[in-house]
Design a protein around this ligand. Structure first.
Ligand SMILES: Nc1ncnc2c1ncn2[C@@H]1O[C@H](COP(=O)(O)OP(=O)(O)OP(=O)(O)O)[C@@H](O)[C@H]1O
Ligand SMILES: [Mg+2]
Length: 466
């Protein structure tokens, strides 16, 4: 294309915010139009919304617009998983591309995870990246560019930190869209950041979302439910304040009903084992085995009298069956002995002191135990599959939330829970909550790499984001 013609095209796209839609013969919805009007080099935009309002298609339009208005830039397109990137984002990018007139299409080449200006594959492009790759270095080297992020709520903060470090120049641009599935993290915090232009799109107000979808969601979950908030209203989940329960019933029921078809096992996720060691003779020890969104197995020991060696044997037997990548043991009490012995024997064990300060959000949570329980809650809200165990469900229904005098969130103390649950303690929940501890730091992974080759290069789980 001649330089003169290209300049003309560039001016057209700069001056008319809807030019890119006209080229693709797409009429933007009023919600998409709002973002198109706000988008220009240097802006930081964050969009939270319910399902199906056309976010991913909008991001695809922005890819082409940016490549014309900012020549010779290399830009990352980030999504939470490879599947999202391939099955949704690149599909939308192709969908938009195929609608362009031939002369416009000829400017670009699209490959499996790249869109580039033909002849400049290395210097003028968008490249697909995933937040799960844990290779933050994959995001380094991008400067003065446009970061486009889809499913932003599911991207780990670590990735955002790298992105923000790269976005120092004035014309650096950031567009993040997503379903607000979590109450915390960079995505939701951006809504309090004055540097961001913020949009919230309610699916009820989108011409693209069918009345049927809204009706089904309303009937199935109720307008007050977190599902309705997250998937329709585009608002983050709330605590179930009315009942004060950590995990509302409908989340438990849906998790129980889900089949392998609803949530297939993702074997690329680390296989994690949580071990809650009984504190006294009247409790039992519990083991939970989780991989990504699936709780695969629950085991409960017979009541014991504090024989840590017997418990260790039991843990090892379970380990040998499942070969998890990590064993997390609560080291408060007898668990310390179990963890030491496992470590001595060379198992990939991590001791978790649940009474310590939270790792990620000490402002919000009281102790690490509380933070892990709230991560477990997010896992339920975002969608998981659990085995049918009456005992486990009973425990889940009896976890109540509390706040400290300083306003930090916590779950009710074990002492109070025991009273409510009739002297029993939530052992299985404790074991499951432990699996939300960070998978491990690089040096740990190195040390255990002989036993856990599958996660040698992975620093965190894509489900929890760390
Ligand atoms: N302006 C538009 N006109 C017609 N169809 C559109 C428009 N924008 C998006 N669509 C179509 O609407 C559907 C939903 O769009 P899209 O996947 O972009 O929504 P989303 O908000 O990303 O959804 P989700 O919340 O599931 O991620 C797709 O089939 C897409 O092609
Ligand atoms: Mg989408």
């Amino acid at each position: 294309m001649q330089l003169k013609v290209f300049k003309k095209l560039q001016n057209y796209l700069i001056q008319d915010p809807f030019a890119i839609c006209k080229l693709a013969n797409i009429t933007p919805t009023w919600q998409q139009a709002e973002v198109l009007k706000a988008f220009r080099p240097g802006t930081k935009i964050v969009i939270k919304s319910g399902h199906g309002v056309g976010k991913s298609l909008l991001l695809a339009l922005l890819v082409f617009k940016w490549l014309i208005i900012r020549p010779f830039t290399g830009n990352p397109f980030l999504a939470n998983t490879r599947e999202q990137l391939r099955d949704i984002n690149w599909k939308r990018i192709n969908e938009v591309y195929n609608r362009f007139p031939k002369w416009f299409r000829d400017i670009f080449t699209i490959t499996k995870n790249r869109v580039f200006v033909t002849n400049y594959p290395e210097s003028w492009f968008f490249a697909g990246r995933t937040g799960r790759e844990d290779r933050t270095e994959a995001l380094q080297g991008f400067h003065n560019c446009c970061f486009i992020v889809d499913e932003g709520s599911a991207i780990p903060d670590e990735i955002y930190n790298v992105a923000m470090a790269a976005l120092t120049e004035e014309s650096s641009t950031l567009v993040i869209a997503g379903n607000p599935t979590r109450r915390e993290g960079f995505f939701i915090d951006a809504f309090k950041n004055p540097n961001f232009i913020k949009f919230t799109f309610n699916s009820e107000e989108s011409p693209l979302v069918s009345d049927d979808f809204i009706r089904v969601m309303r009937e199935k979950y109720g307008v007050e439910s977190d599902e309705y908030r997250v998937r329709v209203l585009g608002e983050p989940p709330q605590l179930d304040e009315k009942e004060g329960r950590l995990i509302p019933d409908h989340h438990i029921i849906t998790a129980l009903k889900r089949t392998e078809e609803d949530i297939p096992l993702d074997e690329s996720e680390p296989l994690l084992m949580g071990v809650d060691v009984a504190y006294s003779g009247r409790d039992r020890s519990a083991i939970a085995i989780r991989q990504g969104r699936v709780l695969l197995e629950i085991r409960v020991s017979a009541p014991h009298v504090g024989d840590t060696m017997k418990i260790t044997e039991w843990v090892i037997a379970t380990y040998e069956e499942w070969k998890p990548d990590r064993i997390f043991v609560d080291v408060n009490g007898y668990g310390a002995g179990v963890k030491d012995r496992l470590q001595q024997l060379g198992f990939p064990v991590v001791g978790v002191m649940a009474t310590e300060k939270p790792i990620f959000n000490p402002e919000l949570y009281f102790q690490l135990r509380d933070e892990l329980y709230f991560k477990m809650r997010d896992w339920f809200i975002e969608g998981c599959r659990i085995p049918n165990s009456k005992e486990f469900v009973e425990e889940l229904r009896h976890i109540y939330t509390d706040t400290t005098t300083t306003g930090k969130m916590k779950i009710m103390s074990k002492f109070k829970l025991r009273k409510i649950m009739g002297k029993k303690s939530p052992d299985i929940c404790d074991a499951l909550a432990l699996t939300f501890y960070p998978v491990g730091k690089p040096q740990l992974i190195k040390r255990f790499s002989r036993r856990s080759p599958s996660i040698r290069f992975r620093k965190y789980s894509s489900v929890t984001g760390y």
